[in-house]
Design a protein around this ligand. Structure first.
Ligand code: SAH
Length: 482
């Protein structure tokens, strides 16, 4: 959580009310509203209403609350764990609040936050599960909106599922070792077959599924998911990636994966940065491979989080081979690769009817020696080329392509930090591309896209590639005729 998150002035807790008394003072609407709210709990309600409205009286009768049909006296509050001053009259509410406080009982006065020791939340009730929404009295309408949204999100059978969980808790604790295996059982329990059977109203089947899970969970070994984290923006993560992050025991992530994405993982998950930022490898690929295998053998649920798509310049091949050799189960979850994010930022059609119908994912780092790599031939025949890790070899890439016959005025688009708010876009031609290499004002990841389709991009908010160096060297000359 960021350090500047404001502090809560009211802290939410769940108060035990079973077998306890809650006192409500009031005759009318306000008292009835509180009676209905507290009536969702198993608290004994004592309603002090000398002149109860017909509606309140009917509710009391129908719900078996205790009706004190006498003018309010402090003695009516005795023994209660909570008091509600709900008379609708300021002076009486104030007296009730003062009396309660004298008796050491926490009090809530309807619509008088200054008299309140506590506030009542908007409530999503799936007993035994409860979601309480508080706004410190500032926004009851907001609380209701949030309540409606959460209510919609949660299955009506959630409460039954939670009750079923209670009946399995003892067995799970006895049969499954604390840690990964037990967590895996519960995670499957709440999202897998038992939950699905209950959602369909089949309680016996849910029970059987849970029993089966109990037997199999203890045996299961680890699992590694190679997950694409996308280009950087959190909301470009897939729903599957998000779910796996929520279920992970360990998250291994590369330097290019932003902290915000890693933070979406389960709070208790162990987080391991395996580095790999140009120049500072904090772990070698071989070390990463053996770490994955080791964690798998320990029975951990591992998320190997890689920027973009895991199968694009991510060395996933080596990791999968190591896992396969070790007999550890794994899966691959695709992600939005940097080329797609960069193209989206530029509104750049990667294939363009009548112009280009193929595309190449490449890196400029295979240009050593004299032979031209295959992708260069494809570029010359009109493919759109996305160059990963291409900044430090920009001049080499441009030079070799021009020498090979690609027109030097072929369009080029460059995006630094694609998908992020801090992204920068540049455009120019192949002849301008070498200038990219010399710029020292770019320190984020850079994607270069070359080809005729680039001409179809939207160049608003994009800077000329060629101007970069000059502008950077003489910022005070900008706009000056010299
Ligand atoms: N698996 C990743 C690529 C890893 S190689 C993917 O599919 O995107 C790392 C290179 O990806 C960087 O050098 C850069 O060229 C590119 N890259 C990754 N994130 C980027 C971003 N947000 N903006 C531009 N380029 C990015």
């Amino acid at each position: 959580m960021p350090h500047d998150t404001p502090k809560l002035n009211a802290f939410p807790v769940f108060l035990r009310v079973e077998g306890k008394t809650v006192a409500i003072v009031g005759d009318g609407e306000e008292a009835l509203a509180k009676a209905r709210l507290l009536g969702q709990s198993s608290a004994g309600l004592r309603i002090v209403a000398g002149h109860a409205s017909a509606e309140l009286a009917a509710w009391i009768a129908a719900n078996g609350a205790l009706h004190v049909a006498a003018p309010y006296e402090p003695a009516h509050l005795e023994g209660a764990v909570m008091v509600f001053a709900a008379s609708g009259e300021e002076s009486l509410d104030r007296r009730v609040a003062e009396d309660a406080r004298r008796l050491g009982i926490a009090v809530n006065a309807v619509d008088r936050p200054d008299l309140c020791d506590f506030f009542t939340p908007a409530l999503v009730n799936r007993a035994p599960v409860a979601i309480a929404i508080g706004t410190e009295g500032a926004g009851p309408v907001l609380a209701q909106i949030i309540r409606a949204r959460i209510d919609q999100m949660l299955s009506p059978s959630l409460g039954t599922l939670a009750s079923l969980a209670v009946s399995f808790r003892h067995a799970a604790e006895k049969l499954l070792p604390k840690g990964a295996a037990r967590r895996r059982f519960w995670s499957e329990f709440f999202t897998g077959a038992p939950a699905q059977a209950l959602a369909a109203g089949r309680l016996a089947e849910a029970h059987d599924a849970a029993s089966h899970l109990l037997v199999t969970s203890g045996r299961s070994s680890g699992h590694v998911a190679l997950v694409g984290a996308g280009p950087g923006a959190e909301d470009l993560l897939t729903l599957r990636a998000q779910r796996l992050l929520m279920e992970a025991d360990v998250i291994l992530y590369d330097a290019l994966v932003p902290e915000a994405v890693v933070a979406m993982g389960r709070r208790d998950a162990e987080r391991v940065s395996v580095g790999k930022r140009k120049g500072c490898h904090s772990k070698t690929q071989a070390e990463i491979n053996s770490l994955l295998v080791e964690l798998g053998h320990e029975g951990k649920r591992v998320v190997r989080l890689k920027s973009g798509d895991p199968l694009v310049f991510g060395r996933a091949g080596e990791e999968m081979a190591a896992l396969r050799d070790a007999g550890i189960s794994y899966e691959v979850v695709p992600g939005v690769t940097a080329a797609f994010a960069a193209a989206a930022d530029f509104e750049l059609p990667l294939t363009l009817r009548g112009v280009t119908s193929s595309m190449v994912f490449t890196t400029g780092h295979d240009l050593k020696g004299n032979s031209l790599p295959d992708w260069a031939r494809l570029a010359i025949s009109g493919a759109t080329v996305a160059v990963y890790m291409g900044r430090s070899v920009a001049a080499e890439v441009a030079g070799r392509l021009i020498d090979a016959g690609l027109a030097s005025d072929t369009a080029v688009a460059v995006v630094e930090n694609a998908s992020l708010g801090i992204r920068r876009k540049f455009h120019g031609t192949l002849a301008d591309l070498p200038s990219l290499q010399a710029r020292d004002d770019l320190d984020g990841p850079v994607m270069t896209i070359i080809g005729d389709a680039v001409a179809g991009a939207n160049f608003d908010h994009s800077e000329p590639l060629a101007a970069g160096k000059i502008r950077h060297a003489h910022p005070h000359l900008e706009g000056v005729d010299a």
